[in-house]
Design a binder for this molecule. Structure first.
Ligand code: F6R
Length: 609
């Protein structure tokens, strides 16, 4: 979703803003712009399209300034076009605003402001903020912003500058994230930490209802009533290098290849091979509280939902606790039933997904124990749950989630074992065997990644197909869902996933030679059932690819092509079977010339509903 960057300090502002926007690109956008202030004159440049177009325009006709703001826009209100691109201005051109989020009462406010004589230039909801600041400005920009936000309903992260109160950037937040970077005599406002990594590791995260004012001399924090706040300074552990492509053609490919390390990092310090114990004290939830859990509800969206579905199989099998898994966007509008003995787990890479956050806030009214599995440290969801189990995947820049999915299922496996141990539902020997196998997963992943070339060759045969079916049963069903989602978002090929047993209830009607099937068939308790489902497809002239155990000779007779993966404990097969599907989707997408790191219409962090 939209990205905001702001800079004030001794360096030349335009390159910093443009570089910052590039590091926010992955969030998804359709237009971009900057506003810089030079001798109290605000200069704005906006383009419809990519940041490369903005750079070109700035090369052809450079802008200069001593501070400024930049923005990538993901259209919500108003078409994606240059006029609607941010920054937006008031009537006088002295106030400039960039905004992430949605102002729900903007039509009513616009009507009122028009009656009061304000002239609007765009179709956006954002423009009303500039006019409100203009209306309330009496000499202090922060006071005008404080007054303006009182009129707004909805979600917003804003950064505002005014040539009438120069050398400061004011940011305010209700909903989407704002992080303030504290450098050496330079200060930043950003939607996430990625643009800041090149300059500082010291950051402050704004909470809802808070504002920041950055000036050349420092950063100050206030609530919306103007009360001064003492904010905690966080020291980031991510480095700039982690957010580089490091020789890979795309971030997505790099992130797929990082998965063995991500699994190691997410396990590190949490498993003990001598005792078979899992140590998750860092979550901050006592074993006694976990012990009371009689039901688990997992809430998530997209790929995180698929990881959650894997988690359902893991928790039910290991801890023997019933698990419901729910789409956050559906759950939040349902008359759901929860009691205090439920453990609610919200899974979110970004920790900022609007639906997941809103569902969490509704759920919390019923006072169950809440836990999050997040990758972004100190994100809203991480902050608002009783406990957080971080995935140590590092920054994920490719819009399509890959390494964070693997990290999420590591976290879920650890949690499942933790619950099982607390509830006394797993003995030491079984724990130890599972932990040892988890420790072997990274090496087995490496073996799969070593076959990338053969998966690329295989992918080349399917570049011109328009449809694909993905099948799996048991814990391989979420893998099928995830494989189909990756193919859809990266290559724009229509792909559907079904549990194998559901085929005969309808989808089998689709089978013909132009509808290939990707079957996920590890050796587990539903293996024989999957073979029957495969035979049913084969009998109808369907082409079948299978992701199967490398020691499985039988499958070779049944399908057209096998992608072998090392054998593992059946519950852990998603760690291995997902990888070839990610690679397959990646190579098809890349060969079709798609923008794999920033697929059309998608945003990395979906901070609006
Ligand atoms: C797909 C993808 C999305 C996200 C979803 C949830 O590749 O990345 O489906 O998984 O938008 O995002 P988070 O995990 O940040 O809540």
């Amino acid at each position: 979703m939209c990205g905001i960057i702001g800079y004030i300090g001794p360096k030349s502002v335009v390159p910093i803003l443009v570089e910052g926007l590039k590091r926010l690109e992955y969030r998804g956008y359709d237009s971009a712009g900057v506003a810089v202030v030079d001798e109290n004159q605000i200069n704005i440049r906006r383009v419809h399209g990519k940041i490369a177009a903005l750079e070109k325009s700035l090369e052809e006709s450079p802008l200069d300034g001593i501070y400024g703001v930049g923005h990538t826009r993901w259209a919500t209100h108003g078409r994606p076009c240059e006029e609607n691109a941010h920054p937006h201005q008031d009537c006088t051109g002295s106030v400039v605003v960039v905004h992430n989020g949605i102002i729900e009462n903007y039509l009513a406010l616009k009507k009122k402001l028009k009656k009061e004589g304000h002239t609007f230039r765009t179709e956006t909801d954002t423009e009303i903020i500039a006019h409100l600041v203009e209306k309330y400005f009496k000499g202090s920009l922060e006071e005008a912003v404080q007054r303006a936000v009182q009129d707004l309903d909805g979600a917003y992260a804003v950064a505002v500058i005014s040539s009438k109160d120069p050398e400061k950037i004011v940011a305010a937040k209700v909903g989407p994230p704002i992080v303030v970077g504290l450098g050496k005599k330079e200060f930043f406002i950003s939607s996430d930490i990625n643009p800041l990594l090149s300059y500082t590791q010291k950051v402050v995260f704004l909470e809802d209802g808070e504002m920041a004012v950055i000036e050349p001399t420092g950063a100050n924090f206030f609530d919306f009533k103007g009360k001064v706040l003492e904010k905690k300074v966080h020291h980031l552990s991510w480095s700039r290098l982690m957010a580089e492509k490091s020789g890979f053609k795309h971030f997505m490919l790099k992130e797929i290849f990082e998965q063995p390390q991500v699994v190691r990092d997410t396990l590190k310090g949490r498993v003990f091979l001598d005792s078979g114990k899992i140590c998750l004290d860092e979550i901050g939830v006592s074993p006694e509280l976990f012990k009371k859990t009689e039901r688990v509800v997992i809430i998530a969206c997209g790929t995180s939902y698929h990881a959650g579905l894997v988690g359902k199989y893991l928790i039910e099998a290991m801890a023997q606790i019933p698990v419901d898994i729910e789409f956050a966007s559906e759950y939040r509008y349902r008359d759901f039933i929860l009691d205090k003995k439920a453990l609610v787990i919200v899974i979110s890479q970004s920790g900022e997904t609007a639906d997941s956050l809103a569902a969490l806030r509704i759920i919390k009214e019923m006072k169950p124990l809440t836990l999050s599995i997040c990758n972004a440290v100190n994100s809203s969801i991480a902050r608002e749950t009783d406990g957080v189990l971080y995935t140590h995947a590092g920054p994920e820049i490719g819009v399509a989630a890959t390494k964070t999915y693997s990290a999420q299922i590591v976290a879920l496996a650890l949690l499942a074992m933790h619950l099982a141990q607390i509830k006394g539902r797993i003995d030491e020997k079984a724990s130890l065997a599972l932990i040892e196998e988890l420790g072997r997963i990274p090496h087995k992943m490496e073996k799969i990644l070593n076959q990338a070339k053969s998966i690329e060759d295989l992918a080349s045969k399917f570049v011109s197909f328009s449809h694909f079916l993905y099948l799996g049963r048991g814990v391989s069903f979420p893998v099928a869902l995830e494989g189909a989602l990756k193919l859809k978002e990266i290559s724009y090929i229509h792909a559907e996933a079904y549990p194998g047993g559901e085929m005969k209830h309808g989808p089998i009607a689709l089978i013909e030679e132009n509808m290939p099937t990707m079957a996920i068939v590890p050796r587990d308790r539903v293996y024989a059932k999957m073979l029957s489902n495969i035979s049913e497809i084969k009998a109808r002239i369907g082409y079948i690819l299978a992701v199967a155990s490398e020691d499985d000779k039988e499958i070779e007779e049944r399908v057209d092509k096998v992608i072998p993966v090392p054998s593992t404990e059946p519950l852990f097969t998603p760690f291995l079977t997902t990888l070839p599907l990610q690679l397959f989707a990646y190579y098809i997408g890349a060969m079709r010339g798609a923008d794999v790191d920033q697929p059309r219409n998608l945003a990395k962090s979906v901070t609006v509903e």
